[in-house]
Design a protein. Structure first.
Length: 389
């Protein structure tokens, strides 16, 4: 990829000149579009009209016919930054969607400088991990011209994703109500730390904070260690996954409602049958999705969360052991550590035969998984003694 060469500003929008070369799977990096005014958005590679100019410096394809994948007909306007939102839009791009990433003038997405390591062009590996299959512009959304540009893009997009603090998009005239006016079929998703309502709605949320507040750190690490975060920003990543899932559901609903309307099906409600705009007639109704990191963190506590709801006991840290299955952990051998994972009684019996302790499989303390969980310490001490030799 070529390094950035120059940058200049017009109508509140920065153009970063340079370009993108190299392999087509690499992230957007220096793939920038430059918009000088707001009119229609055509799918051609280079367009110049009376009031509209755009220039792509990218080797990736830009037309529906050229893109491949089940979402090749979908355009995503990505106003998000850091990880949760970009992870979601990256997944949509992987499925063929045309993703246009909007970044702040001059500095861009914060993660561009989250390093080292950096590429030879000075871009962080972190940024590249979440921004492949995207095109990019920089735009000052606080300026009237910038707002015009974003609304023009939104009018021709299917999905709009943002992760600004609550109220910021409304302040700049880019909230759901404003975007819905120019595109009633838009699927608009907001990601925040704590949601659009509630006592913490105005607080910023980072993955590390949410892992702590949402209980994940209390179950991660060894019993004698302090609460520990997961080695990757798993709450952000899972929020991106939940976001993509919700967007796909909304797009499917939009398509389904459109097909029902075309067929005159009585299941289409009265609001959708009467008085809808041409955009809704053409594509179907849009939706607003409110997604928070804390909600996602609580949701994917999975069996640990349900263990608490069923037993009333807060789960603790078990290191590499499993709260509901035994043996399912790491052990020390004479030449290093390794793991054993027995998911059922039959596998445990086979393990005992291999280790030469067949009697353990018949022992009333260990012959079912439930009993092995209750007698975890005793069994693991016995297995540890065998494995250490």
């Amino acid at each position: 990829m070529m390094a950035m060469q120059t940058r200049h500003k017009r109508d509140g929008v920065w153009m970063l000149c340079g370009g993108s070369g190299g392999w087509p799977w690499r992230p957007s990096a220096h793939r920038y579009s430059y918009y000088t005014s707001s009119t229609t958005l055509s799918p051609t590679t280079t367009t110049t009209t009376r009031n509209f100019h755009r220039y792509y410096t990218t080797t990736t394809t830009t037309t529906t016919q050229q893109r491949k994948g089940p979402l090749a007909h979908i355009r995503v306007l990505d106003m998000s930054r850091i990880l949760a939102g970009p992870w979601s839009t990256q997944l949509l791009g992987d499925l063929g969607a045309d993703v246009i990433k909007v970044e702040r003038p001059v500095v861009g997405d914060d993660t561009r400088k989250w390093g080292p390591p950096f590429t030879s062009e000075g871009e962080s590996a972190y940024y590249q991990s979440a921004n492949r299959n995207k095109r990019s512009i920089t735009c000052d959304i606080t300026s009237p011209k910038g707002r015009q540009i974003i609304l023009a893009l939104a009018a021709k997009s299917d999905v709009f994703i943002e992760n600004f603090k609550v109220g910021d998009m409304a302040k700049n005239g880019l909230d759901y109500e404003s975007v819905n006016k120019v595109n009633p079929s838009i699927v608009y998703l907001s990601i925040t730390g704590f949601g659009q309502t509630g006592p913490l709605k105005h607080e910023a949320g980072y993955d590390f904070l949410i892992q702590a507040m949402g209980g994940l750190m209390s179950i991660t690490g060894f019993p004698e260690s302090p609460p520990t975060k997961v080695g990757v920003a798993i709450t952000d990543i899972m929020t991106g996954m939940y976001a993509s899932n919700a967007i796909l559901a909304a797009l499917n609903y939009r398509s389904h409602a459109h097909n029902l309307r075309k067929s005159g099906d009585s299941r289409v409600n009265e609001r959708e049958q009467n008085g809808e705009s041409k955009e809704v007639e053409d594509k179907g109704p849009g939706q607003y999705i409110d997604l928070s990191l804390l909600d996602v963190q609580a949701a994917f506590l999975a069996n640990q969360g349900m263990n608490y709801l069923v037993s009333g006991e807060s789960p603790g840290r078990l290191g590499n052991a499993h709260p509901n299955i035994v043996p399912y952990q790491s052990f020390k051998a004479s030449d290093g550590d390794f793991v054993i994972a027995c998911g059922n009684n039959s596998q445990f019996a086979k393990l005992c035969r291999v280790l030469g302790c067949e009697s353990y499989a018949l022992d009333q303390r260990f012959h079912t998984n439930a009993k092995r969980v209750v007698n975890r310490n005793e069994l693991c001490a016995l297995l540890g003694g065998i494995l250490a030799t």
